[in-house]
Design a protein. Structure first.
Length: 313
C-alpha cells in the first residue's frame, strides 16, 4: 500500500466518522449535505454510495481475493438490495456492464461477464479494474501503479486506454508511480515525493527537464542509459545511502544525509518550498547550486557508492 493510499484511507476514516456523528445529530441535514458533496465532487450515478464503498474496498483488497468468490465483473452494477443476496445481474444491469466493458476495449464482453480472474489475462484484469473505477463517472481517478506486472506492450495499451477515457469523459487522473517513463508518457504536471513530503512540483517539462531539488536530480541521474557504440559503463549511478525510516524525525531537510550539497543549514532548518521559475517549486536551501543540471549530476557521481560493473554493448 502506497503512502498516498494511506493518506486517502486516513481522510476517508475521518470523513466517515464525521458523517456518522452528523447523521446521529441531524440525519436529514447530513443526508442532504452528503448528496450535495457527492454530486458536486465525485460522481453523478444514482447508486453512488454503493459504488464508492465497492471501489474503495477494491483498492484495498487484492483483486483476486475478492473476485474469486463472485464473477469478475458482476460487482460493476450491484444495486443496494443485491449486496446481501446472490449478486446476480438482471438483464438491464448486465447490459450496462457489457457496455462498460466495451468502453475499455474488452473483447467479447458478453463472455467476459461470466468469467473469473483466473480466466483473464493480466491486461484484461487491469481493464476490468479501470472499468470499475470509470463506471461511476468520477471527476478524479487515482491510479496507483496501474502498469505494474504488465509487459511493455500491454502497458502501452492500458496507458492509451486511460488517456482516451480522460479525453472522452473529462476525468482528471492522478498517477502514482515509480516509472518515470509512464510519467513522461501521460502526465502534464509532476510532484516528486521523498520520505513522505513533496520536494518538487511543476510542469512535466520543468521537473523532468530542469530539476532543481537534489533528490529529483539524483533520481533522474540514476536512470540506466545506453552509451555510444563501443563505450563501456563501469558503474551504475545511484543515490548513496538509504531512504530514512518513516518514524525518523529530522530537524532539517530529510534528504540531507544523502545530498552532496548538504551543510549545517540543511541539517538544522527545514527547507522552504522555493519558486525557482514560474509554477516550478523545489524544497531546497541551495537551488542556486542546482541551476546547471550537468554540474549537479557530477556532484552525485563524485559521492556515490560503487555499484556492480555494468557493460552496455
Amino acid at each position: 500500500m502506497s503512502l498516498v493510499e494511506v493518506a486517502v484511507i486516513v481522510i476517508l476514516y475521518f470523513y466517515i466518522h464525521s458523517l456518522w456523528w452528523d447523521f446521529y445529530n441531524n440525519p436529514i441535514g447530513a443526508l442532504d449535505e452528503l448528496i450535495k458533496t457527492l454530486n458536486n465532487g465525485i460522481s453523478r450515478t444514482p447508486q453512488i454510495l454503493v459504488w464508492y464503498v465497492v471501489i474503495f474496498i477494491l483498492l484495498w483488497i487484492p483483486f483476486g481475493v475478492l473476485m474469486t468468490i463472485i464473477g469478475s465483473v458482476a460487482i460493476l452494477a450491484i444495486p443496494p438490495i443485491q449486496i446481501s443476496g446472490f449478486l446476480r445481474l438482471d438483464p438491464a444491469h448486465r447490459k450496462q456492464v457489457v457496455g462498460i466493458l466495451e468502453d475499455v476495449r474488452i473483447p467479447n464482453p458478453e463472455a467476459v461477464v461470466k468469467m473469473y480472474p483466473h480466466e483473464l489475462s493480466g491486461g484484461m484484469r487491469q481493464r476490468v479494474m479501470i472499468a470499475m473505477m470509470m463506471a461511476c463517472e468520477p471527476k478524479l481517478l487515482i491510479a496507483d501503479e496501474p502498469t505494474t506486472a504488465l509487459d511493455v506492450t500491454i502497458q502501452a495499451q492500458i496507458l492509451g486506454l486511460m488517456k482516451d477515457l480522460r479525453d472522452r469523459e473529462g476525468t482528471a487522473i492522478m498517477m502514482i508511480t515509480h516509472d518515470l517513463g509512464v510519467i513522461a508518457e501521460t502526465c502534464d504536471a509532476v510532484s516528486v515525493m521523498y520520505a513522505g513530503s513533496v520536494v518538487e512540483t511543476g510542469s512535466l517539462e520543468q521537473v523532468l527537464g530542469s530539476p532543481r531539488m537534489p533528490y529529483t536530480i539524483g533520481l533522474l541521474h540514476s536512470i540506466p542509459r545506453i552509451k555510444e557504440e563501443g563505450e563501456v559503463r563501469t558503474d551504475l549511478p545511484i543515490i548513496p545511502g538509504q531512504v530514512p525510516d518513516p518514524n525518523t524525525v529530522f530537524e532539517g531537510c530529510r534528504f540531507h544525509p544523502r545530498c552532496p550539497f548538504a551543510d549545517d543549514l540543511c541539517r538544522s532548518t527545514p527547507p522552504p518550498m522555493a519558486e525557482v521559475s514560474e509554477g516550478h517549486f523545489a524544497s531546497c536551501h541551495h537551488t542556486e547550486l542546482t541551476d546547471d543540471l550537468e554540474t549537479a549530476q557530477l556532484a552525485f557521481s563524485t559521492t556515490q557508492f560503487l555499484q556492480s560493473e555494468v557493460s552496455v554493448q
